[in-house]
Unconditional design. Structure first.
Lengths: 108, 313
């Protein structure tokens, strides 16, 4: 799992919704993996949006080689409202995914 | 067809529909990433990282065709040893420097909390003169910014107490919520706090939107409120001194600190609060959401040794 998702989201709410769907295990696993990716992508987009250009590069490098605690602490230092941004990013993607699930829920 | 291949069997209509929707979501996010963070991608490419490869490598393990992209910047790249080594060599110095800075900042917060644990009174709002002086000195030494409770003969009515969340202030005549924020995210995050109907006690930050400077934006973004009406001898002459005066505000429960500019007078005494802060300022103190029970310390910033930037310290 993406370390961003693991750290900031723990267990995405959408997993529970996927679990409720009438699908086989492989399909559920596949959707769960995809959903994790979407959480991650949205988190990354929003976090980078709040970093200065130089800090974006440092953050991406830290993400690759800096170790988990260091890049997280770097984010905390650079994004003063990190928790709020994360909450926003998570809620934004969840709203969209709930919307998708709601629409698809009508399909038999 | 891609999904069928992945699963090795016929997909259910519901799964197919969801996969299709999620795939589109992912494509949109990647497009957003490429559009907004083009420079960062180019930088990674210059470092020898094939950004395009990174952006599409994830499709192997997820739904085929789903450009899993960005996840590899965290989980995927760690599997690429050559890439790791290359980046590691290039950046070990920069990373070490950053890690050093981070450790230093963490140490400062911890040091502040340690100071507060032995110097702050638990059940009273008022600090003794001795306490104030002692704290000013220790905070200055710890943060490397000269702070004081008395500057050029001026003192606040208190330096220790509760702080309330304020609304945004209009920066110029006609400022409104549609024009107030620099980004859509900022608007979503802080728009709900609203904008006061009237300007702050010290007037607008500038006379028109055409004269709005970065400095004025920052002043409103990190504005602080103090009870000027409760300061002995406060008058219009004093008001000029207090206008946009920089103060350091520290959350005494987590050690987070932010430099603000005084831009309004309040809160009313009956509220039990002694200070106020803009939504952005409060968010940095981790008091924008949830509990605001923690007390804050407020000091004047003495800029005689150089300018101190507004915002998180």
């Amino acid at each position: 799992m993406s370390i961003l998702v693991r750290h900031f989201v723990k267990k995405p709410k959408i997993y529970l919704e996927i679990e409720k769907l009438d699908l086989d295990v492989a399909e559920k696993n596949n959707l769960t993996e995809t959903v994790t990716l979407l959480y991650h992508q949205n988190l990354l987009n929003k976090l980078l949006e709040y970093l200065e250009e130089t800090d974006k590069k440092i953050f991406l490098e830290l993400l690759i080689v800096g170790g988990e605690s260091n890049y997280l602490e770097f984010l905390r230092q650079k994004i003063h409202n990190l928790e709020t941004i994360v909450e926003y990013a998570v809620s934004e993607i969840e709203d969209k995914l709930y919307e998708d699930l709601k629409l698809v829920g009508k399909i038999n | 067809m891609k999904i069928e291949r992945f699963l090795g069997k016929t997909k259910s209509p519901k799964f197919a529909a969801l996969s299709e929707k999620f795939e589109q979501r992912s494509k949109d996010l990647i497009a957003e990433f490429e559009e907004k963070h083009k420079d960062a991608l180019e930088y990674l490419e210059k470092k020898g990282i094939d950004a395009d490869k990174i952006l599409h490598q994830g499709s192997r393990k997820a739904v085929a065709g789903l450009a899993a992209a960005i996840v590899l910047l965290s989980s995927g790249i760690s599997q690429d040893k050559d890439l790791n080594q290359q980046v590691s060599v290039d950046n070990s110095l920069a990373v070490n420097q950053i890690v050093g800075e981070i450790t230093s900042k963490q140490d400062k917060s911890q040091a502040l909390l340690k100071i507060f644990s032995t110097t702050l009174p638990k059940n009273v709002n008022h600090l003794s003169y001795e306490n104030e002086t002692n704290l000013s000195l220790k905070v200055s030494q710890t943060l490397g910014v000269k702070v004081t409770t008395e500057l050029e003969g001026n003192r606040l009515n208190t330096n220790y107490g509760k702080i309330g969340l304020e609304q945004h202030l209009p920066r110029y005549p006609g400022d409104n919520m549609q024009e107030h924020f620099e980004s859509g995210i900022a608007s979503s995050l802080y728009g709900k706090s609203g904008l006061t109907r009237n300007r702050g006690a010290f007037g607008y930050f500038t006379n028109s939107k055409y004269n709005l400077t970065k400095e004025a934006i920052e002043k409103e973004k990190y504005y602080a409120v103090v009870q000027t009406f409760d300061i002995p001898g406060y008058n219009s002459k004093k008001a000029q001194w207090y206008k946009h005066r920089k103060v350091l505000i520290i959350n005494t429960e987590n050690g987070r600190s932010v430099v603000g500019a005084i831009a309004d007078s309040g809160p009313a005494k009956w509220t039990g609060k002694s200070f106020g802060g803009s939504p952005e300022l409060m968010d940095h103190l981790q008091m924008y959401r949830g509990s605001r029970k923690a007390k804050v310390l407020v000091f004047f910033i003495d800029e005689s040794n150089g300018e101190v930037k507004l915002g998180p310290l």
